[in-house]
Write a protein that binds this ligand. Structure first.
Ligand SMILES: Cc1cc2nc3c(=O)[nH]c(=O)nc-3n(C[C@H](O)[C@H](O)[C@H](O)COP(=O)(O)OP(=O)(O)OC[C@H]3O[C@@H](n4cnc5c(N)ncnc54)[C@H](O)[C@@H]3O)c2cc1C
Length: 389
């Protein structure tokens, strides 16, 4: 299909997660405003850090997952609800799943990441994920079933004790309220291996207080519909009796999602290599941001915080490139770390203070709400929370 000539001057942003949506919204505030196309297959933006609160019904879907049309209306951003399949970096075009060819002047790649199974047997077939609205529905249904049968022997297993695994375990323990055992399996020696010390300690307290069984230094070998097999790395690779489960949630790792490239760009690694100005190394006028990108000199973590800040910086750098100026290096400002630790509890480390408990929970909610793209929605949600709880 011929490319659409009306797009040749456009900035095309691929992926409307934290990084891409922030870029598109920031570009829409620039003068002169460039033509902006956001290619994103979903109809709703999902604010992932608040997915636990959606699971527990502390928040509603309209608060956690606003539709793109409400976020983009009157911003001069065209939302193409489609998936990019391939990019021709020589012709500066991309092709979508429905066969549309788009031309771009500048391209921002922010296609994020998805869970990876590390080729462990049975994960794709039998594990539940926790990443989108459908996953929340499936898990809610499973919780209802466990609550109805109320057999204390029945178990729910979470694999991966990073932030998602730990936050989910605490929320599930509160929701299940003794209706099932909870097991948290982690390959490392401690939960939250990369977290700030205060949050790590608070998380350990929160997990222990809820009676969650923590299996550290433990590697999952295979999963079936109702069993998980694993081995201990501590006891010289000894096999442990499998756990019989009524549901296993996989939060053990992610991999970057990337379209195909051609003909003059070969991707050698698993993620997009970018320089300190967020430009994809080897490509002109193409930026890579968020979970999909990596920079050799900076260990920017794969977080919403980094994605948001890179989105702002990417918009500035796109405008610089359009004006024929040099882009600026990206500087990450670590604003701290917040963890949801069950219903009504959280832990915060950052900006010179640490805080745990219900006040931290309220602060976390308000902090995230003000980050919600489209401030009017955020303010509405903030008042719901502040007045309603
Ligand atoms: C449950 C959960 C809780 C989290 N909590 C926190 C937290 O508390 N704090 C924090 O900092 N981080 C948190 N994270 C991590 C954070 O959400 C990610 O780091 C962040 O979403 C990365 O943003 P991104 O824009 O790079 O990618 P994503 O948010 O993954 O967005 C990528 C987008 O690209 C789209 N896309 C993919 N492929 C294509 C394609 N080919 N064409 C078009 N579009 C495409 C996808 O549909 C998606 O909308 C959490 C993650 C999860 C799963």
């Amino acid at each position: 299909m011929a490319s659409n000539p009306s797009n040749v001057n456009a900035v095309v942003v691929v992926g409307g997660g934290f990084a891409g949506l922030t870029t598109a919204l920031a570009l829409s505030c620039c003068q002169p405003r460039p033509p902006i196309v956001l290619v994103e297959p979903h109809s709703r933006f999902v604010f992932l850090p608040l997915l636990y609160e959606l699971l527990s019904a502390e928040l509603q879907a309209w608060e956690v997952a606003p539709p793109y049309h409400s976020l983009l209306c009157e911003r001069g951003i065209a939302h193409l609800q489609d998936r990019v399949e391939s990019i021709d970096t020589k012709a500066k075009t991309l092709i979508t799943s429905s066969g549309i060819t788009l031309s771009y002047s500048q391209l921002v790649l922010s296609t994020g990441s998805v869970p990876t199974d590390f080729n462990i047997q049975g994960v794709l077939e039998h594990a539940l994920m926790f990443r989108d609205l459908d996953d929340v529905q499936v898990l809610r249904q499973r919780i209802r079933e466990l609550q109805l049968s109320r057999d204390p022997q029945q178990a729910l297993v979470i694999v991966g004790a990073g932030p998602t695994g730990v936050e989910l375990a605490c929320k599930l323990a509160d929701l299940l309220n003794g209706a099932a055992e909870l097991h948290l399996i982690e390959l490392g020696e401690r939960v939250l291996p990369n977290a700030k010390a205060f949050n790590q300690e608070e998380a350990e307290k929160a997990l222990n207080k809820r009676g969650i069984h923590i299996h550290l230094c433990t590697k999952v070998l295979a999963i079936s519909a109702n069993q998980v097999e694993f081995e201990s790395k501590q006891k010289t690779h000894s096999l442990i009796s499998p756990i019989t489960h009524r549901g296993l949630i996989w939060t053990a790792g992610t991999r970057a999602v990337l379209p195909e490239f051609g003909p003059d760009f070969v991707l050698t690694g698993a993620r997009l290599p970018i320089n300190s100005c967020l430009e994809v190394i080897g490509l002109n006028h193409v930026l890579g941001i968020g979970d999909v990108a990596f920079n050799d000199d900076h260990c920017w973590p794969s977080t919403a915080q980094v994605a948001l800040q890179q989105g702002e910086a990417a918009a500035q750098n796109v405008m610089a490139l359009r004006a024929g100026k040099a882009p600026n290096p990206f500087e990450f400002k670590d604003l701290g770390e917040m963890l949801s630790l069950g219903i009504g509890e959280a832990s915060i480390t950052g900006m010179g203070f640490t805080l745990a408990g219900s006040l931290a929970f309220q602060m976390r909610r308000v902090a995230y709400l003000t980050k919600l793209p489209g401030l009017s929605l955020g303010l509405r949600s903030a008042s719901t929370w502040l007045l309603g709880h």
